[in-house]
Design a protein. Structure first.
Length: 279
């Protein structure tokens, strides 16, 4: 797809290209038009900068997720702690209810005992005795339940304390991580802005047609690489081998050569070296 486009740019010179050519006259050592070698140097320079921007964005893209994970964990732990505290309160209110019940039962017993002193026959006396006995049994049962619940409360209190300590610990981790990540984000944003400025400067040297070809190839490439070096006779993008004649064509800098397999623009060691020394 981009093959024909990028190949023709070497020969054709539109108005925009002519303007670029004039602007680049000093760079091209007085020549009227930019040589293919210079075009490749600019393109590869742009590629190197764009790859750095990509790396920053990928790195930063993962950082908020880490914080999000921690925030989710802390929120989950807080929910659990809240539930445990509620369960504890319920157990404590159970104890209070039973204690009130005991108080009521004791009051009833007192009332029945007072009534017993005023009864007129044995039948009434026995009936009150049965009531008193029943209330005493109720008290015993309530006391047994209170004892059991208090044991549950003691156990629950330990779980609540553990849970609260864990929340505190994770919250501390979260605060620490958040600050760390905020710093990293601030720092990478600074780097990214500087790189984007550099990329815009380089793009200003490149003719529009070549630039759009570069962007199209880059957009189609999974790794965002549109310009790749020849490495040990293979394409640095798809790693397919490049025929010797094609390697010679790439080194001759007579026209832009793209990989027959992946369509990426290929550059040789000379171009790579020029970009490296210019960094
Ligand atoms: Zn390739």
């Amino acid at each position: 797809m981009a093959k024909t486009d990028v190949k023709t740019t070497a020969k054709s010179e539109g108005t925009a290209a002519a303007k670029n050519g004039a602007a680049r006259a000093t760079h091209a050592a007085g020549k009227a038009e930019i040589t293919v070698a210079e075009k490749l140097v600019d393109l590869y320079r742009m590629q190197v900068i764009d790859a750095q921007v990509d790396r920053i964005r990928t790195q930063r893209g993962e950082l908020p997720l880490e914080v999000q994970d921690l925030e989710d964990e802390v929120a989950g732990l807080n929910t659990r702690l809240g539930k445990l505290e509620e369960e504890l309160k319920e157990l404590e209110s159970n104890v209070a209810d039973r204690q009130n019940m005991i108080k009521d039962a004791k009051a009833s017993i007192k009332k029945y005992e007072a009534q017993q002193s005023k009864v007129r026959n044995n039948r009434e006396y026995d009936s009150l005795s049965k009531e008193i006995e029943f209330q005493n049994l109720e008290i015993q049962l309530a006391e047994k339940r209170i004892k059991e619940t208090k044991a549950q409360i003691d156990a629950k209190k330990l779980v609540v304390a553990d849970s609260a300590a864990l929340v505190k610990e994770r919250q501390k981790d979260l605060d620490h991580k958040k600050k760390e990540l905020d710093d990293i984000i601030a720092e990478t944003e600074k780097d990214e802005k500087a790189l984007l400025k550099k990329a815009a400067e380089v793009a200003g040297h490149v003719e529009e047609r070549l630039l759009s070809a570069y962007r199209r190839i880059r957009g189609n490439a999974r790794n965002g690489l549109a310009v790749v070096p020849v490495e040990r006779g293979s394409c640095g993008g798809c790693f397919n081998s490049i025929p010797p004649q094609r390697q010679l064509d790439i080194s001759s800098h007579k026209k832009l050569i793209v990989c027959e397999h992946c369509g990426r623009i290929l550059v040789d060691d000379y171009v790579v070296g020029r970009v490296k020394e210019g960094q």
